[in-house]
Design a protein. Structure first.
Length: 244
């Protein structure tokens, strides 16, 4: 019994160290997720600990981390309320661990019903696959998304192929009660994803920040293992989003 608990405790310590590191670097939403995961693991360790002294030590550590996590929640809410929330993630060239789940999942809550993707380059095969993977994340999450609005540039050379692929994606989403709306714009330059729960994610490269790899290479299926291009992710929150 001791070995697996030791492993769980080791994982908890690693995650909580990452939480503190992210906290000190003002990566607040990411830090909060790590605090929550680490606290839960440490609570699991405490529940099966038979030594009363060690159990009390765990309880005190958990209390300290919970106190910090609660303060972080309050700080995030205050910044959101004031319209001042800004968090930045720098992805270095060749970095891994930045799947769509890692970047977006913490913003998918029960108040999210609409998502707007603005990206001028949802055209080629791999770019449309990226959009598909992002939509799959929305489908498997517990958030009640009803509509995805895509604003992108028209592929003048292969517009029939682009239309067909996006139409197929739209039908697939419709089968899951999600409406895909498509608008083409030739003047679009910026890339951002807006959630109607207030979160706004701006990525320098849009969804296309992964390096292509061989179809039989590690990272082809699991994007947490896929190498990334260098890019910057800016996270904002607008308390009062315009509703349709």
């Amino acid at each position: 019994m001791a070995a697996p608990i030791s492993g769980v405790e080791e994982s908890a310590i690693g995650i909580l160290k990452r939480a503190v590191d992210l906290d000190t670097r003002n990566k607040y939403t990411e830090s909060l997720v790590c605090y929550q995961e680490g606290i839960q693991l440490l609570m699991n360790v405490m529940k099966v600990e038979g030594n009363k002294t060690k159990k009390e030590q765990y309880r005190l550590r958990i209390s300290d981390y919970m106190s910090r996590a609660e303060k972080l929640k309050v700080h995030i809410e205050q910044q959101k309320e004031a319209g001042k929330y800004h968090e930045q993630i720098q992805i270095s060239k060749g970095a891994t661990g930045y799947s769509y789940e890692h970047v977006f999942e913490r913003f998918l809550d029960q108040s999210l019903t609409e998502v707007t993707v603005e990206d001028p380059y949802i055209r080629s095969t791999h770019q449309i696959y990226n959009l598909l993977r992002f939509c799959e994340l929305l489908v498997v999450s517990s958030c009640p998304v009803q509509r995805v609005s895509l604003v992108t540039g028209r592929d003048e050379q292969n517009h029939t192929l682009q239309d067909g692929r996006l139409r197929e994606l739209g039908q697939s989403l419709a089968d899951r009660n999600i409406q895909l709306e498509i608008e083409y714009s030739n003047s679009l330059h910026d890339r951002e994803i807006r959630f109607n729960n207030g979160w706004i994610i701006k990525i320098g490269r849009g969804l296309d920040y992964f390096v292509n790899c061989g179809k039989f290479s590690v990272g082809f299926c699991n994007f947490n293992l896929r190498h990334c291009h260098e890019t910057t992710i800016d996270i904002f929150h607008s308390k009062h989003m315009k509703q349709r």
